[in-house]
Design a protein. Structure first.
Length: 681
């Protein structure tokens, strides 16, 4: 590959990019992958390797460049081409009928009315601007949040990490989709349930409060200042409007706009339908409501739009919403029931979580008998008493929660105030609340509840992935005293497993194989599995890459730990405390003896720009400012905001202003983008 000629190299890189783009679309856009993940990864690795050898061939649209930017200080405010309005809502068939009647009246007699029905995705709306580049290709130029409707926030760096957002669209695709090279797409960013659950798991592992629902999680993620964090959480973008640069409908019909966007490679929700009668509208809505549970992402209703752009224009807008579209909102999945009792659960970090035990109630087809109360403060805030009636809400896969106490003549108040325990409900040890934290914790590292949760965490799919080691088996192993520490898993025998209930020879053998196989998990997973406070999946990965071995990590001082990206004093101290505890060191030694992976490949730091200070000014032809900054910093350089005698290079693009003048005045070297790429080697 090293001796590949220039032309061959170009072709190979282009081929890889095209193939990766195509498979990303199949996977993220259509949910219909055609090749195994491993084949996809192999292509991606080859492209990364080729680009690393030939950085001058990296383009900002390359699929390797989704995560370009480094953390930013904030987001720039940018005006929308046209205000991003919201929709008026209806909640019942009768209200929808009224709306339909008004539409028909306004459209005038004889107007042929056709509607497009879509799902109302419960996320946040986003405007994407695409702009013509070389060879008729269109590039993603900018992604804006709704903001106040008139002015949005520029979150381009984060939007680029969303795999269902095309970074570029080829000339052929544009032609097929009948799209001009400059256009705007509007749609919804959502976080699928699986990603939401995983994000909350990680947050809890780091001692952070979980996000309340997937919409908040998506909104929080898109406004995160570090694109690498955004990239780790799966977000999806569903397109629903195609507009001109100035915000006008691009197509005479909404149904055509949706087909065009799909043809251009956007993810368009497959649940869409053109209908002509009111009955068909209701059928779509009712179907949507039954499908709601099984979609894997949140919807909170259906959106009905007039198909014809001409009619849309004729109907126009009220102050804040179009007259030509309406949101049919499902009633929130909530129910009223009684709190029989409040119990306290102990988690793996010793955190105590109060849980309401409810009189079972059916909410949206699921029986709910427990709801989280989060923490002691939340019980105070709700003013909750045992035997109170409460309103409970749930969404998709989200854990049901108590939203308020119901107090009316049919629902008398409870009488018993709940007292948060002063001792662990499982082991009786003292519990503590660290200043500044909302949670109480059991401090006994041997608390059986903590061990149980630790074992479940250790075996979880995203951790050591030991299939078959679920609640039923863990409970039995603990009850029979076969496991007193995570390390005991590695000395379990077939005989022991066979003595458990509902375990036959076959499942015993499979479980032993799974346990044995888990030893091959990389160091970062082992670290995550240890359950050190604040160490989630990502921090574990960073620590493994930085230190390269369990021993180096165990020997690191808090200062050394804090040098790792994203590790602050609190996290560093938690790591130190963990390894300073004799019991934990013993656990680590036993895991070492069992043969778990204790070393990892250290991340190589490149240093060709070590000690050099750069100032960026003007618009570069290919790199965004964030990209350029990231590249310089990755190579050990520093980027500063102002030119001084200490500046080594000013990187100037189009429309460079006073910084360039200053550089000339001070005799600082000035390079363009190509010059920067040269320096980067
Ligand atoms: S159309 C003026 N279509 O619901 C047109 N919106 O209250 C407004 N939403 O802010 C947007 N799914 O965030 C439209 N299929 C869909 C939608 C949708 C979700 C959101 C959007 C908007 C809010 C309207």
């Amino acid at each position: 590959m090293l001796s590949m000629g220039d032309a061959a190299l170009h072709t190979r890189i282009e081929k890889l990019r095209e193939a990766i783009q195509h498979h990303e679309y199949l996977y993220y856009g259509l949910d219909e992958p055609e090749i195994p993940d491993a084949d996809f990864d192999a292509m991606m690795r080859e492209l990364i390797a080729l680009e690393a050898e030939h950085p001058e061939l990296v383009t900002p649209d390359s699929p390797t460049q989704r995560v370009g930017g480094k953390p930013k200080e904030g987001f720039a405010k940018v005006a929308h081409s046209r205000p991003m309005l919201s929709l008026d809502n209806v909640n019942s068939e009768a209200e929808l009928r009224d709306w339909d009647r008004r539409v028909r009246e306004l459209a005038g007699e004889g107007a042929a009315i056709a509607y497009v029905c879509e799902y109302k995705l419960d996320g946040l709306s986003m405007a994407l601007h695409y702009r013509a580049g070389a060879n008729g290709v269109s590039h993603l130029e900018r992604g804006l949040t709704r903001g106040d409707g008139t002015i949005g926030e520029d979150v381009t760096g984060n939007v680029r990490t969303i795999r269902s957002v095309p970074l570029s669209i080829s000339h052929t695709k544009l032609a097929k989709a009948k799209l001009p090279a400059n256009f705007e797409v509007r749609g919804e960013v959502v976080m699928p349930h699986t990603a939401f659950l995983k994000m909350n798991e990680d947050r809890e592992a780091q001692g952070l409060s979980p996000a309340a629902n997937p919409r908040n999680a998506a909104a929080g993620t898109i406004r995160t200042l570090a694109p690498n964090i955004v990239a780790q959480r799966r977000l999806d973008f569903y397109a629903y409007f195609a507009l001109t640069e100035t915000g006008e409908s691009l197509f005479p019909e909404q149904s055509d706009a949706l087909e065009s966007l799909a043809a251009a490679g956007f993810r368009v929700n497959p649940h869409r339908e053109s209908v002509k009668t009111f009955d068909k509208l209701m059928e779509f809505i009712n179907r949507a409501e039954t499908q709601r549970e099984t979609l894997g992402y949140e919807i909170d209703g259906a959106v009905i739009k007039l198909d014809s752009a001409e009619l849309q224009r004729r109907l126009g807008y009220t102050g804040r919403a179009p007259r030509w579209a309406i949101a049919y909102k499902f009633t929130a999945r909530a129910g009223v029931t009684k709190v029989e009792d409040i119990r306290v659960q102990v988690g793996r970090t010793g955190k105590l979580t109060p849980v309401a035990v409810l009189t079972p109630v059916s909410i949206g087809g699921t029986t709910v008998s427990r709801a989280t109360l989060h923490n002691a403060d939340e019980i105070e805030r709700l003013g909750l008493l045992v035997k109170d009636w409460v309103k409970v809400e749930r969404g998709g896969d989200v854990i049901p929660k108590v939203v308020e106490v119901v107090d009316d003549k049919d629902h008398p108040r409870g009488t018993t105030k709940f007292h948060f325990p002063t001792h662990c409900p499982v082991c009786g040890s003292e519990i503590v609340r660290t200043e500044g934290e909302v949670d109480y914790r059991c401090v006994n590292v041997d608390c059986p509840a903590r061990l149980r949760e630790s074992l479940l965490h250790f075996s979880a799919r995203s951790v050591m992935n030991i299939e078959g080691l679920g609640e039923a088996v863990v409970t039995q192993l603990l009850d029979r005293g076969m496991v007193r520490s995570i390390a005991d898993l590695y000395s379990l025998t077939e005989e022991q497993l066979l003595s458990l209930e509902r375990i036959g020879k076959k499942s015993a053998d499979t479980l032993l194989k799974e346990i044995d196989g888990s030893k091959r998990n990389p160091l970062n997973r082992v670290l995550f599995g240890l359950g050190i406070r604040f160490i989630g999946e990502r921090t574990a990965q960073l620590l493994a890459e930085e230190f390269g071995s369990m021993d180096a990590l165990m020997a690191a001082s808090t200062d050394e730990l804090e040098r790792v990206n994203e590790v602050g004093p609190r996290v560093a101290q938690a790591i130190r405390e963990f390894f300073d505890e004799a019991k934990n060191r013993e656990l680590v030694e036993r895991l070492r003896a069992a043969g778990l992976t204790f070393t990892a490949e250290k991340r190589k730091k490149s240093s060709q720009l070590e000690g050099l200070t750069f100032v960026l000014t003007g618009t570069l032809p290919n790199l965004t400012r964030e990209d350029a900054k990231a590249k310089i910093e990755a190579a050990g350089g520093r980027v500063s905001g102002s030119v001084s005698k200490k500046t080594n290079y000013v990187v100037a693009g189009d429309d460079a202003g006073s910084k360039l003048d200053k550089a000339r005045e001070l005799g600082v070297k000035v390079v363009d983008e190509a010059g920067l790429m040269n320096l980067l080697g």
